[in-house]
Design a protein around this ligand. Structure first.
Ligand SMILES: [Zn+2]
Length: 247
C-alpha cells in the first residue's frame, strides 16, 4: 500500500512505496511529489526513518528543482514568439491565409511563418498569437523526418556497421536508443539541436550496434567518427531541460 505524508510545509508530499522487484531504497524528487521507494520486505517505519535521514538532501533537491522550474519559466518568457530549430532561435510570424484548409508552419531562411485561416485566430492569455501546439508538433516532425533521415543515411554510409531501420520517436527523456536488432530510434527533438549534436547522437547510437554498452571500447569507436564527444555532451547537458520543456 502507498502512504503519503508531509515532511515540511512548503515541500511536496512524500509518497512511500514498496515494490517486489526493488532491491534498495530510492528517492525521486518530482515537481508535485517526492517518491521514496524500497523493497517489499522493508517496513514502513524503516522507510520513514530513511526519509528522516535524507531530509536535508530531499529539501535541497526540492529547492534546486524549484529554481530550475523558475529558470525555465523565465527562458520561456524570454523566447516567446520563437521556435528553436537546428540550434537557432527563429522568430515565428503569423500570416492569415483566406481559404487555407489546414494551418501549417513553413520554414524560411530567417524565420518560420505560421499560415492559418483568418477565422481561426486564437490569442493566448498574453494576447499573443502563436501556433497551436499540434501544428508546431507536426512541423517539427516533418523537419525531423527530413533532416534526421538524411543525416542517418550519411553516417550509415560512412560507418561500417549495419543498422536496422530508423525510427523517429517522441521519447520523453532519451535522445536516442539502439535495440538489440540494430533498430535506431531518434528523438524528433534533435531537430532543435545544431547538426553537430544530431550527428553525435546518430554516431553514438550506430556505435551501439558493435558495443551494446558504454565501455571504453565503445567510446573509442565513437571518438573515431566524432572527436569532440565531451563538447557535444556538455552542450546536451546544458540544453536538455530547455529543449524537453518547451513543446
Ligand atoms: Zn549510449
Amino acid at each position: 500500500m502507498n502512504e503519503s505524508f508531509h515532511l515540511e510545509p512548503g515541500l511536496p508530499p512524500i509518497t512511500l512505496i514498496r515494490r517486489k522487484n526493488q532491491r534498495t531504497m530510492r528517492i525521486r524528487v518530482n515537481s508535485d511529489r517526492v517518491i521514496v521507494s524500497g523493497p517489499a520486505n522493508v517496513s514502513m517505519n524503516r522507510l520513514i526513518d530513511f526519509v528522516r535521514e535524507k531530509s536535508e538532501w530531499i529539501q535541497k533537491s526540492c529547492e534546486r528543482r524549484k529554481q530550475r522550474t523558475e529558470q525555465l519559466e523565465l527562458l520561456r518568457k524570454k523566447y516567446e514568439g520563437t521556435l528553436l530549430l537546428r540550434g537557432e532561435r527563429k522568430p515565428v510570424y503569423t500570416f492569415p491565409v483566406p481559404g487555407i484548409r489546414k494551418s501549417r508552419l513553413v520554414e524560411h531562411n530567417h524565420a518560420i511563418v505560421y499560415q492559418f485561416h483568418p477565422s481561426k485566430i486564437r490569442y493566448d492569455h498574453d494576447g499573443v498569437l502563436f501556433p497551436e501546439p499540434e501544428d508546431i508538433h507536426t512541423f517539427y516532425l516533418n523537419v525531423a523526418k527530413k533532416d534526421l533521415t538524411s543525416r542517418f543515411a550519411y553516417w550509415s554510409d560512412r560507418i561500417p556497421l549495419q543498422p536496422g531501420k530508423l525510427s523517429i520517436r517522441n521519447q520523453k527523456t532519451k535522445w536516442g536508443s539502439c535495440s538489440r536488432r540494430g533498430t535506431i530510434s531518434l528523438n524528433w527533438r534533435l531537430v532543435k539541436c545544431p547538426q553537430t549534436i544530431m550527428d553525435y547522437i546518430i554516431i553514438h547510437e550506430l556505435c551501439h550496434i558493435r558495443h551494446f554498452n558504454h565501455s571504453r571500447a565503445f567510446w573509442k569507436t565513437v571518438a573515431q567518427y566524432y572527436p569532440n564527444v565531451s563538447q557535444a555532451r556538455s552542450w546536451i547537458r546544458r540544453r536538455t531541460d530547455e529543449i524537453f520543456s518547451d513543446f
